[in-house]
Design a protein around this ligand. Structure first.
Ligand SMILES: [Zn+2]
Length: 256
């Protein structure tokens, strides 16, 4: 099983550090800041082998420039579409990324919607999905169409249920509050709420979370289910296709 460490950054970001097997080499996902990464590397006597970016927003890329000053030869990965400064390797869905110190290649999913060039990375059973999917929530559709976002979520839903999801922000409690408004009788959601409240009380991340739990608790992954559709209709939804239901739900969340 992959050894993944959490670094807190900015006000609610996570930078995920993936450790190579039996080695002092790591790679990082979405370094919003350089300092938490540099401190972690120094404290644990580690070398940085690469930077993987899910998308172009500053709260995912802000640390790249400084990290490259310390590690000028390491590769920086992102989609070409998102045009991030400092990127040296453009990737898309059919590509695989190989690091000498990892036991298997990292796979890529194209998941446009939040931005047009948003990608997710899959390593063994871990999914790094940036700002597309949050625990019990979903990212804003800034650049893509609702159909693109729906298709992005559909790709994630098809992954093995034991997939562990590493989102880039700690938004879970606020998302649960909104979800309970839509889905008040969901027992799994109630249990997840208690679990997350305890974790957050102890300053621990609510992540990763399994896809299995998300499929039961996240209304954005369950737009087609009768209980969610009924709740949306109660709030004025009149459409009859899953994409418009997803968009309606996202708009309700924007106003919540
Ligand atoms: Zn973003």
């Amino acid at each position: 099983m992959a050894h993944i460490f959490t670094l807190n950054a900015l006000s609610d970001n996570y930078i995920w550090v993936l450790h190579g097997v039996n080695s002092s080499h790591v790679i990082v996902f979405d370094p919003s800041e350089a300092d938490p990464v540099l401190n972690y590397l120094q404290k644990n006597n580690l070398t940085l082998d690469g930077i993987l970016l899910t998308h172009k927003h500053w709260d995912h890329t802000g640390g790249v420039k400084t990290l490259l000053k310390h590690f000028p030869t390491i590769p920086v990965y992102a989609s070409k579409t998102d045009q991030v400064e400092g990127v040296t390797k453009f990737i898309s869905e059919s590509d695989e990324i190989v690091f000498e110190n990892l036991t298997s290649p990292i796979k890529i999913l194209d998941i446009p919607g939040h931005t047009l060039g948003h990608v997710a990375y899959i390593y063994e059973n871990a999914l790094f999905c940036g700002d597309t999917l949050f625990s019990v929530g979903m990212g804003k559709i800034f650049e893509g169409t609702p159909t693109q976002m729906y298709n992005a979520l559909a790709k994630i839903k098809k992954l093995p249920q034991e997939t562990l999801i590493y989102c880039a922000h700690e938004y879970t409690l606020a998302n649960i509050k909104f979800a309970q408004n839509i889905d008040p009788n969901n027992k799994t959601l109630e249990l997840r709420k208690s679990e997350v409240e305890n974790l957050r009380k102890n300053n621990l991340p609510s992540l990763p979370v399994s896809l299995n739990i998300e499929l039961k608790t996240n209304p954005f992954l369950r737009c087609e289910e009768p209980s969610i559709l009924a709740a949306l209709k109660n709030k004025g939804y009149t459409g009859n296709d899953p994409v418009s239901a997803l968009l309606f739900l996202r708009e309700l969340k924007n106003k919540f």
